[in-house]
Design a protein around this ligand. Structure first.
Ligand SMILES: [Zn+2]
Ligand SMILES: [Zn+2]
Length: 233
């Protein structure tokens, strides 16, 4: 029994090493180095607008070529196809440091999984209906219009940093005025808020959309700052 487990372990390690050696980032196709990257579960990847925008911008030209000549509408079939394909990914996504700025996740766990070649504990395929909003947001960024085959989702707020519309059920975060000042000083945020602070249960401050939040947290983590949630930093 022990011998079999040992053999499997050896084979697995060899397979992992091979995958790593040939590894590319599953988001941008650049080289993937596990020591400077992350393994993310599908559920984390598909709720990031930036990921979808990146994906559609890579396939936009191809979609326009494949579109029938007599069909001058947007290639919304591509959205449906991509949505099913991405949500259906059962194994980990290898994500490079640069692309990690699209996502909000526990970086220590995701780095450890990448280094070990281990599947994330909350991995597996997800229901496309749970991420269609984020695909639509990425689509809108690339093609300019809300996709006609996705039900409109109400706008409930706008980001105080980039003025992006924040739709119902999109992630956003509140930063106090004091913390905003510190983050500006540390260059974790490199633009001034577009409007004066607002009042909130947690004090006075600003609302950040998911793309802005993900970028800020990624930068903080690289510097070992407290918003990066690196234990002991
Ligand atoms: Zn990448
Ligand atoms: Zn924003």
């Amino acid at each position: 029994m022990n011998a079999d487990v040992g053999l499997l372990d050896k084979l697995f390690k060899r397979e992992t090493a091979r995958l790593r050696a040939n590894g590319v980032c599953d988001v941008c196709n650049d080289d993937f180095d596990p020591a400077a990257g992350y393994f993310l579960p599908t559920r984390t990847v598909v709720i990031a607008e930036g990921f979808w925008a990146q994906n559609f911008s890579l396939t936009k030209n191809m979609a326009e070529i494949l579109q029938a000549d007599d069909d001058d509408g947007e290639p919304t079939w591509m959205l449906e196809h991509t949505l099913r394909q991405m949500a259906g990914q059962s194994s980990a996504w290898a994500v490079c440091e640069s692309c990690s700025e699209y996502f909000v996740f526990d970086r220590d766990v995701a780095r450890a999984d990448a280094l070990a070649g281990r599947q994330p504990s909350n991995g597996g395929a997800v229901d496309p209906s749970g991420c269609v909003l984020f695909a639509a947001l990425g689509w809108q960024r690339v093609f300019g219009d809300w996709p006609s085959n996705v039900a409109w989702v109400e706008v409930v707020d706008t980001c105080d940093l980039c003025e992006k519309a924040i739709h119902d059920s999109e992630l956003s975060a509140f930063i106090t005025t004091e913390r905003m000042r510190e983050m500006r000083a540390e260059n974790l945020i490199d633009t001034d808020p577009v409007r004066p602070f607002r009042r909130h249960d947690d004090g006075e401050g600003y609302v950040q959309c998911q793309p802005c939040l993900a970028r800020t947290v990624a930068r903080a983590y690289r510097r070992g700052g407290r918003d990066g949630e690196r234990p002991g930093a």
